[in-house]
Design a binder for this molecule. Structure first.
Ligand code: ADP
Ligand code: ZN
Ligand code: ZN
Length: 719
């Protein structure tokens, strides 16, 4: 029997593949990357073992093309974490394993690492080279102080000594520049507030083992400062911290903050805003970093000395991937913490109800920060403008305009928040009722006046603004409703003296955030107009008014999470107003001022609202009191999509305590010319639900006729 290799490949198939290892290739440790023939092409795969024999006939076995030893193998803990995801999300292991790699390493083209820096390794920090190896000792001492560049070492003819240190495992070539290079000044830590100290007294002793700690701290209470102190303790033990953050936009800010705080430490980032090359570099450097700051995919980064995982803004929906592997990075972080026996700290001003319920039930340790860290900073007052009694003109009421005018007169800044980007949500014909439909989706085309186009925000369809109504020929088409662009235009007309800046996904490149922050801090902006993107993590001390124009859609939405999300957004917007010593005000225009959400918001009472929502969820059998799995199907016709799901429902094994609902059209029924339907399965018992889906999934492959696409979404956030 030839030597065999079991390989996981990026295919939709839930199976592994056997290959023959050519003679002369020694043992291949699990996790190694190999190039193998697959069908008529080549693929990169991850080895999982060397089985004694194979069910594939010896004549059918194909040879491994080569072992890709230009790149590191995936470590056993990543293999284990991927296996957890494969089981929990019912997704093929090979697809998960390859998705954890940066794109360049998924490709078999030789990857020649350009490693310009020599850095000291863990072992090298305490190693004692032999006394007579003077040059090595000197170089090691130099490395302990700072990384050395390959060019310098070459110029100093140190190449041989460098190689010796690398062979001894005391130094390593790295692609990361010295962490100190771009952070000359450092920030000394402030002394902890009483609340922060109390939190530290509970958290620091808990750092030695797995446990989930939920920090519920109001905006500005100093959660970030708390993370920094925990990281400090982890660094002192020579361990690594993984910090997961929701948005790319915030990374540069936070990165700077971390660099100033930890000069000389290796802090690296991983997010989709980086070039492919940098992403690969940083991923390769992760095993030697001190702190890894990254968005959701970083939860799979290689970190051999992991000592702590922090998930900041843990409630943020961007932690959940909405396609292919539909994982929640927060939940995977908890799983990784458990597997590695390291603590997980979740932080938010408005925790996800899932997390908060765990904390109330005692499964997570709840740590509360109720006061702002800077003592003068007061919480803003929250006022409602009742749209049932106060007329609205171009999206704005008189009180709202007055508040803006007064804030401007005081030389302070305002934030105007509207949840629609573009000029207006649609273009409208008043004679026949035509409302710019997307030809491919059950959605309206959004009017973008600056680019003179109608755009679909769901499928990307774009077209020129028609000169007349396509329905009746009426040339007088009008914008319907308010978007950020139209609001900016209105404000420019009404407040000609104000310097207005609009921010939404249409105008914002990741690096533009830093520039915007400077403009606001420098007092070059009076009014910021934007979508919910604005609500994230900025600290503008002179921003004393936040105006919220359109929230009512979420108050009575069929999506049961809509109010939870709206509350989180509004709390965050409120947190932006008046953070320093100036009192802030939040003004909300609504036709439903009696909605309970506002009552809690006005008291800044997250726990109160969370308890009310949880009671409601319990009564209605909704998450977190029940676990859900959604089967989605897309087909050219709704009938085909529904028929597939009905067939699937009939195949679902019967299980006590698991409910299989009926197939229904999705709330957004048509996207990009495909009709979408869904089938919900739920149970109060996670295990029962998981076992059912594990049995059920293979059967879904057998359903005929097939649909264009189907997928399982475990713990779905969006329906
Ligand atoms: P959060 O992450 O909870 O919104 P931050 O950690 O950003 O809050 O802190 C809010 C503000 O308070 C920041 O400007 C921060 O520098 C400051 N701050 C935090 N902790 C302290 C402290 N112990 N002493 C003084 N200022 C602090
Ligand atoms: Zn018309
Ligand atoms: Zn569309």
């Amino acid at each position: 029997m030839p030597s065999l290799l079991q390989v996981a490949l990026d295919t939709p198939l839930h199976r592994l593949f056997d290959y023959r290892l050519p003679d002369g290739v020694g043992a291949v440790p699990p996790g190694s990357l190999v190039e193998v023939p697959f069908g008529r092409t080549h693929q990169v795969g991850v080895t999982l073992g060397q089985p004694a024999d194979s069910t594939v006939g010896a004549d059918k076995l194909r040879d491994v093309i080569r072992v890709l030893d230009d790149r590191p193998a995936l470590s056993p803990d990543i293999l284990r974490l991927a296996q957890f995801c494969a089981d929990y999300y019912h997704y093929p292991l090979g697809a998960i394993l390859l998705a954890t790699l940066p794109p360049r390493l998924r490709n078999a083209t030789p990857f020649v690492a350009d490693t310009p820096w020599l850095i000291v390794t863990e072992a090298g920090r305490t190693a004692q080279p032999a006394a007579r190896a003077k040059a090595q000792r000197a170089l090691l001492d130099a490395l302990r102080a700072a990384p050395q560049s390959r060019d310098t070492l070459r110029a100093q003819k140190q190449g041989r000594h460098a190689a010796a240190l690398v062979t001894a495992g005391w130094a390593a070539w790295s692609r990361v520049p010295p962490a100190t290079s771009d952070a000359p000044q450092t920030t000394p830590p402030p002394s902890a507030t009483a609340e922060q100290q109390a939190a530290l007294d509970r958290l620091l002793p808990a750092l030695t083992q797995f446990g989930v700690h939920l920090i519920h701290g109001i905006t500005g209470s100093g959660k970030t400062e708390l993370y920094l102190r925990l990281i400090d303790a982890v660094l002192a033990r020579d361990q690594q911290t993984l910090v997961l953050i929701p948005e790319i936009a915030l990374t540069p800010q936070l990165e700077q903050h971390f660099r100033r705080r930890f000069p000389g430490r290796r802090i690296i980032t991983l997010h989709s805003g980086l070039t492919e090359a940098t992403r690969t570099e940083n991923w390769l450097a992760a095993p030697n970093c001190d702190v890894l700051l990254g968005t959701r995919l970083s939860v799979f980064a290689p970190l051999p000395r992991l000592g702590l995982i922090v998930v900041d803004e843990e409630h943020d929906a961007s932690f959940k991937q909405q396609d292919s592997l539909r994982y929640s990075a927060r939940d995977v972080a908890v799983a990784r913490g458990k597997q590695r026996n390291v603590p997980v700290v979740l932080g938010s001003a408005t925790p996800a109800l899932e997390s908060y319920a765990h904390a109330l039930a005692g499964r997570y340790q709840l740590i509360e920060l109720k006061q702002r860290a800077i003592s003068q900073a007061r919480l803003p007052t929250i006022e409602l403008v009742d749209l049932k009694h106060i007329p609205i003109d171009n999206g704005l009421t008189r009180p709202a305009l007055q508040a803006l005018t007064e804030t401007l007169a005081r030389g302070e800044q305002s934030l105007v928040f509207i949840n629609r980007r573009g000029y207006a949500p649609a273009l409208y014909c008043s004679s026949c009722g035509w409302v710019s439909p997307c030809p491919r989706c059950s959605a309206r085309l959004v009017l973008h006046r600056t680019s003179h186009r109608l755009k679909c925000h769901h499928c990307g369809f774009e077209t020129r603004i028609p000169p007349e109504c396509p329905g009746c020929g009426n040339p007088d088409l009008k914008p319907l409703g308010q978007g950020t662009q139209r609001l900016e235009e209105t404000l420019t007309t009404l407040l000609p003296a104000a310097r207005i800046r609009r921010i939404d996904r249409d105008t914002m490149r990741p690096r533009a955030w830093a520039e915007l922050g400077e403009a606001v801090h420098g007092g070059e902006v009076d009014i910021l107009v934007g979508t919910q993107m604005l609500a994230k993590g900025h600290d503008f001390p002179n921003m004393t008014l936040a105006l919220i124009l359109d929230t009512d859609g979420a108050l009575y939405s069929p999506d049961f999470r809509a109010t939870e999300r709206l509350f989180a957004q509004l709390m965050q917007v409120a947190g932006r107003a008046g953070r320093a010593d100036k009192p802030g005000c939040v003004l909300i225009q609504t036709a439903f001022p009696d909605h309970p959400l506002f009552r809690y918001l006005q008291r800044h009472d997250y726990p109160g609202y969370a308890r009310e929502l949880l009671a409601e969820r319990r009564q209605l059998d909704l998450p977190p009191f029940t676990r859900q799995v959604l089967l989605r199907a897309e087909a050219p016709t709704m009938d085909a999509a529904l028929a597939f799901l009905q067939r699937a429902a009939a195949l679902a094994p019967e299980r006590a305590g698991v409910s299989v609902f009926s197939a229904t059209p999705a709330p957004m029924a048509r996207v990009a010319n495909l009709e979408r339907a869904q089938l919900l399965i739920q149970s109060a018992q996670r295990q029962a639900l998981q076992r059912l889906v594990a049995e059920w999934r293979p059967q879904l492959d057998t359903i005929k006729p097939r649909v264009a696409r189907w997928s399982l979404d475990v713990d779905p956030l969006v329906f």
